[in-house]
Design a binder for this molecule. Sequence first.
Ligand SMILES: NC(=O)c1ccc[n+]([C@@H]2O[C@H](COP(=O)([O-])OP(=O)(O)OC[C@H]3O[C@@H](n4cnc5c(N)ncnc54)[C@H](O)[C@@H]3O)[C@@H](O)[C@H]2O)c1
Length: 272
Amino acid sequence: MKKIGLMGCGAIGTQIALAIDSGKIPAVLTHVYDASKESAIALVSKLNSKPEIVENSHLLSSHPVNIVVEAASQDAVKDVALSVLQNKRDLMIMSVGALLDESIFDILSDACQDFKKTIYLPSGAIAGLDGIKAIKDELDSVSITTTKHPRSLKGAKFFETSDIDLNSIQTSAVIFEGAAKEAVTLFPANINVAALLSLSGIGSEKTKVKIVADPNTDKNTHQIEAIGKFGKMTFTVENFPDPNNPKTSRLAILSAIETLRKYCSDEIVIGT
Ligand SMILES: NC(=O)c1ccc[n+]([C@@H]2O[C@H](COP(=O)([O-])OP(=O)(O)OC[C@H]3O[C@@H](n4cnc5c(N)ncnc54)[C@H](O)[C@@H]3O)[C@@H](O)[C@H]2O)c1
């Protein structure tokens, strides 16, 4: 059985740990870490098979795990991703926005080759990345429109310098339009999907992002349009937010669980 170390014991980390504990992911969760020790203790209390709580994030990969799962924050990726690979562990990253910093992407990409290890980026809260990857050389334009309830956008860096007051929005309103690179910096906890789309396709400067705040929606909706020589693709995913963290969609959690399940299983692999 593969051994897993988990960094981040919040909405995603907890569901991943429960999926391992229930046997849905055929693996053993051996070590966990969270910057908030209470969160780590709360997670471990929910599990039948108790992992060890380590005292700092670097200790996860110094133990003999096969893979470290990051479900914490972009800062966590910047702090530990390289050392995980240097310790010859695979890595699954949920805070994908961190990889739109080209220097980080290049360092980690080189480290994967140097240490013969793999970084897994689950498709998250969107669908269609298999198609986008296949046609990336024939792609002329890609855009994503993300619509969320204002409460799911609260706390984003964007509002530190914007005049927009989320509490005063009465009807659906476009609050941001720009390149994915900028969107990921301004809405780091909300727009990992734009990062995934950029990395699968034509990059973060050419991938267009629109963010809509809609007080009348209870879903996180992502509409993707890709146009090129191959033809045209459109995908719309209407996600229910996770009850524990409205910024995170249920599909993002399920796609992380499926990526890990596949990593831990010997089986026929379906899809591109
Ligand atoms: N790829 C995707 O589609 C996708 C979708 C949703 C969320 N995410 C990202 O995944 C990450 C986790 O999401 P979540 O909903 O579980 O968040 P959450 O806020 O519910 O939980 C995050 C946990 O990580 C801990 N944490 C934060 N920074 C840390 C650090 N540097 N070291 C250790 N622990 C740290 C927090 O204390 C918290 O317990 C976030 O960065 C989020 O933006 C990605």
